[in-house]
Each structure stands twice: as structure tokens, then as C-alpha cells.
Design a protein around this ligand. Structure first.
Ligand code: AAT
Length: 279
């Protein structure tokens, strides 16, 4: 008997994965959490029936949510990741020699514990001495910190349940206030093909708060639509002005990110340009 996992996007589209083993299932305080081994993408973390990350393609997402902002900022020392309890963004952040402190603010401690147990390749830097973990709601945490971080990354679930507030203008204002005067932030902002209704207002809200706003893209085969968007809000630095010799140095330790990708990720197809055009 074959075992398949189906991820339902809506009542019109679903993606299916052949499963070789169902390793874990639990209901946490916040969500249903499953860990499975898929034949195509290796081990997979699933929250509320939605793919969070897989061993085979996680590098694209984690490198792109981390290195693009960390190279755009000329000297990032103190950074925060909101969500991202699997530790993938933290693993990439720790590769940057300028980093002194990395804070992880994940609402669900069970995501962290299960990632350490089942996804050690991704969670491997969570015990690094530069890393501090806060099991808290990122929305409340960020409100308490002012003028603190060089870079903030919002590595969140889709805007459902506890992540709804992470896609709102009030949250981006708190992020602005939590950043230093030359700080910048990046958030994962969903699929340009399937989530136009999310990207448009989210990008608009970020551009109302930050003087510099950019959207960039990467191909992630286990996220719906495959083409994925990230939005950046910045107080001072522009990604196109980044010192790409630093990107070259990091690229000796990456599988997706390099100086050409840093530049080309901001090249947008017309339908995406139209999506984020000010009206
Ligand atoms: N690194 C890719 C994995 C994720 S998981 C996103 C995490 O955000 C989850 O562990 C979830 O518990 C956490 N989270 C949700 N809301 C909050 C909040 N308010 N504060 C802190 N953490 C939160 C991203 C997957 C992207 C999927 C795209 N389809």
C-alpha cells in the first residue's frame, strides 16, 4: 500500500507527496505538527497540513531570506528571526562573520524541539553561543524592543492563526521601531501566482512604513506555485548598492545564493511588477 500526503491549497488545487514513513504527529498548543519522510524531497516538516520545509529544497528559502538582507546591510551585528523555529535561517545567519547576536522568536516551542530531533541538518546552529531563543509571540516581542536590531527576518507561516498579525501594517511599524536607524527587514510574502490577495496589501503596507521597499523572488519547489516572494523594507540601504564581494565570500558556503542571484532576484516579471505598483 502506498502512503500519500496531500497539501490542499484551496478547494481547487492540491499537491501530493509519496510518503515512505510517518515519523511523528502531535497537536501542539498552536497547531498540528507532523514529520514525514517523502520519497521526492526527503524529510518534511508539516504544520496544519502545510509544508514548512524539506531537506531537499530548504536551502533555497533559508539562504534567500537570510543572505539577501545580510549582504544589503553593510555590517549586520545583531539580528532577529520571527518564526523560523526549524533553525534554517539561523544556520545561514551564523555563517556571517560580522554577526554577534542572533535572536530567534518562535511562538511554538514544539517546532524547535521537533526540528532538533528530526531535522538536525536544519536545526544545527540553534545551540550556537551567539543564538538566543525566545519562545514567544513575535508580535508582542518586537513591540518591546526599540532601536535594537540591524536586520529582522520574518520567517513565518502563511497568514493563518498566530501569523495573521505578522502581515499587518501595525506589525511593520513595530518592526521599523525595533530596527536601528539604518536597519532593514525581510518577510516571506507568499506566491505571486496563488496569493496575489496577500502580496498586494502586504507590499503596500510595508511601503507605507519604510522609505525603501523591494520585492524579490526565488524558486521553491515545495511551496505552492513554486515561484516565491520575499519583501524587504529598509531605512537606508538598497539591495542594488550592496558590496557584492561580501556575497562572493558567502557563496563559497551556499547552494543557491551568489552575487548574480543577489542582483537577478530583484528582476520582476511584468505581472509581479503590476501586482506591487502603487495605485
Ligand atoms: N523556515 C521555514 C519554516 C517556516 S515555519 C514558520 C514558523 O512561524 C512556525 O514554526 C510557526 O510556529 C511560527 N509562527 C507563526 N506565528 C508566529 C508568531 N506570531 N510569532 C512567532 N512565531 C510564529 C515558514 C514556512 C513558510 C511556509 C510558506 N508556505
Amino acid at each position: 500500500m502506498e502512503l500519500w500526503f496531500t497539501e490542499y491549497q484551496n478547494n481547487k488545487l492540491a499537491y501530493g507527496y509519496k510518503i515512505s514513513k510517518h515519523l511523528h504527529s502531535e497537536q501542539t498548543k498552536f497547531q498540528r505538527l507532523d514529520v514525514v519522510d517523502t520519497e521526492q524531497f526527503g524529510r518534511m516538516l508539516i504544520l496544519d497540513g502545510i509544508v514548512m520545509t524539506t531537506i531537499e529544497d530548504e536551502f533555497v528559502y533559508h539562504e534567500m531570506i537570510s543572505h539577501v538582507p545580510l549582504i544589503t546591510h553593510p555590517n549586520p551585528k545583531k539580528v532577529a528571526v520571527i518564526g523560523g523555529g526549524d533553525g534554517g535561517a539561523i544556520r545561514e545567519i551564523i555563517k556571517h562573520p560580522s554577526i554577534e547576536e542572533a535572536h530567534l522568536i518562535e511562538i511554538d516551542g514544539r517546532v524547535i524541539e521537533n526540528s532538533k530531533k528530526y531535522l538536525p541538518e536544519i536545526a544545527c546552529a540553534l545551540d550556537d553561543p551567539k543564538v538566543t531563543i525566545f519562545v514567544e509571540d513575535g508580535i508582542e516581542f518586537i513591540k518591546k524592543n526599540k532601536n535594537t536590531y540591524d536586520v529582522i527576518m520574518v520567517d513565518s507561516t502563511d497568514p493563518i492563526g498566530p501569523a495573521v498579525g505578522l502581515f499587518k501594517k501595525e506589525f511593520y511599524q513595530s518592526v521599523y521601531d525595533a530596527l536601528k536607524e539604518d536597519g532593514l527587514f525581510v518577510a516571506q510574502t507568499e506566491s505571486p501566482f496563488l496569493n496575489k490577495d496577500i502580496i498586494k496589501p502586504t507590499y503596500q503596507a510595508i511601503s507605507e512604513v519604510f522609505p525603501i521597499t523591494r520585492l524579490y523572488l526565488a524558486t521553491i519547489p515545495t511551496y505552492p506555485g513554486f515561484l516565491w516572494s520575499f519583501s524587504m523594507g529598509s531605512k537606508k540601504y538598497k539591495p542594488e548598492d550592496a558590496d557584492l564581494s561580501r556575497a562572493e565570500a558567502i557563496a563559497s558556503d551556499t547552494k543557491y545564493y551568489n552575487p548574480e542571484i543577489h542582483r537577478s532576484a530583484f528582476a520582476l516579471p511584468n505581472f509581479v511588477r503590476d501586482l506591487i505598483a502603487q495605485k
